[in-house]
Design a protein around this ligand. Sequence first.
Ligand SMILES: Cc1cc2nc3c(=O)[nH]c(=O)nc-3n(C[C@H](O)[C@H](O)[C@H](O)COP(=O)(O)O)c2cc1C
Length: 339
Amino acid sequence: MVNSVAPYVAPPGHVEVERVVTASICHVREGIFSQMENIRTASLRNNAVHDVRAVLLHQSGWFLHWMEGPAPSVHSLLQILAQDPRHHSPHTLHTSRGQRILPTPWSMMMSQATESAVHFGRRVMALREQFEKGIQYAPSSVLRRLSAPMQLPQAQGLPDPEAFHRVGICAAGGNEAFAMVGWLAAQLGGTVAKRRFAGEQDMDGSSEYVEFMEGQHPCRMIAVARNGLAHGLRRAFLPDWPHFVMLFCGTPKFDDALMARMVAACEGLPVTPTLLGIAPDAGTHQRMQGMAVEAHLAYVAASTARPDDCTAIWMAVHEQLQRAGEPPSSVWDVPRMVA
Ligand SMILES: Cc1cc2nc3c(=O)[nH]c(=O)nc-3n(C[C@H](O)[C@H](O)[C@H](O)COP(=O)(O)O)c2cc1C
């Protein structure tokens, strides 16, 4: 059974934007990094002026571009893009109208995935075929299906490939979130996938994830670097993560800074994750809960444990996931809108 979520309709008084996701073949043979920098410079110059927000992803010789803005701005950007020799063969994979989802005028990611362009292209064609039949998915789901599809063997062939638990994790002080992902991979025999982001300015963040079965359901835990939380692309995916584990260390300076980053990351998002706090003492939980509530974020004191106590963290997450039941899906099976 597909568990579809309502598209983000613009509430009264909010701007309604047009959203478009395209995949195109990258025509940059050398110096992709500097070309991405050039595209970023132009986009930072233009997008805010035209009220456009966009994310660009480069992976396996393909560009994925998700843009949102007033219809005339989006249409004129599409015309400009059609003339850009750095790519060709654009395929539209999503079009809709509604509330803005992207939080920043520009963000981009370059993935070091080693998959061939042909393999990646097969997923693009499959989505395009569905789109042409009038079936499409949320923009974030399109990007995830293409750039980071669920790989777990037990999850292959499930009716909805996007119905898996997604749990973010970030640490206030050290490297414990990444250590937790490594620990889970070692415990459960999974592999760790790595991603790097380049942001609006020079901001750069990384993330790593591991996939495993949680009872009957596939699950992905994604470790995010603290600076990665501010990244537009990362923020655009937060609404798809029902749970986010925050590993507090008990040092107020670091813990408060992490919660402040989370509050800023969630600002303006249509849906926000439930924060699962892991803190070494009750006082820290109390302070973090206070900050979360003030920002209208849901906080659960998931465990009183040190941020490097992987067993305790795992038990707390496991308990929350059991309570969550069926993983939510990001399938957005609305008929596509004709511009
Ligand atoms: C895949 C891809 C995505 C792009 N995205 C944007 C964008 O979101 N905004 C933008 O202004 N330019 C974008 N560009 C660059 C435009 O094609 C064009 O070069 C640029 O808008 C020209 O800007 P200028 O006239 O200010 O020099 C993109 C280019 C490529 C290849």
